[in-house]
Design a protein around this ligand. Structure first.
Ligand code: SAM
Length: 307
């Protein structure tokens, strides 16, 4: 089998928090520090030392050399830059919430996607749910730093959020990024990663339990009466958590179809024909193997097609 490239060869990613800085402003700051800004290459590669570019799929994402150390950087300290993997930053871009709308981030902590959603929704508002108390506290701290006043954090099980309540009847888009096996996650410290095959901790029973919960959450997300778009994302490479969950949800939900996320049009790796999904539906799904550019991940965008 082909050995994956070392995790140490993957680029570093930093998202410009456009609530704090413009992309141009952040790029200018990098140039002042000695970086050369290049056009993003068409095929996946990492910038060389002293080089950087703006990502092709996520226009607020800066791509930096593999060993770039940004943890203590002034822009990171004031939350103008958020250290976030490309795999993570692609899901809010796939949702593309309308400016001014009400968005639910269903499984939100630690909140990297939450502040990105707040930036994309411009004058809109994000309701961020997290059922775990300690993680909800982290989420609160992160959104105070990065998206103050735009996000309302609820320490609640998303399944307990009533879609028919007065507030939730106004929700236009939902991001569902539930707990998953994490089988696509690249260990940055590792010389080589695994994840091309299930690891022992991805036992069949655990994966089935995760998939059952993911399906319950997805069906709940699809029940918000005014929602026009729902994005389901995982950092798993297992079809049981991805295509099979999507196929089961589509089979049970009326008035929804899969749609290719407009911003990810050029992405090559698409869904697998499993669970009864046809070739056209698979073309609308987005998937990545770990180590190609970032973590392995999966994204499905549902759009309302009925009343
Ligand atoms: N979206 C996050 C981000 O990008 O920073 C990562 C989310 S992580 C994959 C999943 C999170 O969902 C965990 O913090 C977990 O505690 C939370 N969670 C799992 N099930 C939930 C539920 N039913 N309701 C609310 N939160 C849930």
């Amino acid at each position: 089998t082909r050995r994956p490239p070392p995790a140490a060869a993957l680029p570093r990613y930093a998202r410009v928090n456009t609530l704090r800085s413009s992309v141009d402003g952040a790029c200018a700051a990098l140039v002042r520090e000695g970086y050369t800004l290049l056009a993003a290459p068409a095929s996946p590669s990492a910038p060389g030392p002293g080089e950087a570019w703006v990502d092709r799929e996520v226009p607020s994402l800066l791509v930096l050399p593999p060993r770039a150390e940004l943890h203590g950087h002034a822009m990171v300290r004031r939350a103008a830059l958020v250290l976030q993997e490309k795999a993570s930053a692609m899901a809010p871009v796939a949702l593309a919430p309308a400016a001014g709308g009400l968005v639910v981030d269903a499984c939100a902590a630690p909140g990297n996607k939450t502040s990105q959603l707040a930036a994309l929704a411009a004058e809109g508002r994000v309701v961020a749910c997290e059922r775990d108390g300690a993680r909800a506290a982290t989420l609160r701290r992160r959104v105070e730093e990065a998206a103050e006043g735009r996000v309302s954090v609820r320490c609640v099980d998303f399944l307990q959020l009533d879609p028919q309540s007065e507030e939730m009847r106004g929700v236009e888009s939902v991001l569902l990024d539930p707990s998953c096996s994490g089988s696509g996650i690249v260990e940055r410290g590792a010389a080589h990663g695994a994840a091309e095959h299930p690891s022992p901790s991805d036992g069949a029973a655990r994966l089935s339990a995760l998939a059952a919960m993911q399906l319950r959450l997805l069906r709940h997300a699809l029940s918000f009466p005014a929602a026009r778009a729902v994005v389901y994302s995982t950092c798993s490479v297992h079809p049981i958590e991805n295509e099979l969950v999507v196929a089961a949800a589509l089979g049970a939900a009326r008035g929804w179809r899969l749609a290719a996320p407009a911003a990810l049009r050029r992405w090559k790796c698409r869904g697998l024909p499993l669970g009864g999904l046809d070739a056209e539906q698979c073309e609308r799904l987005v998937r990545a193997a770990p180590f190609v550019q970032t973590n392995g991940f999966f994204i499905a965008r549902f759009e309302r097609c009925g009343p």
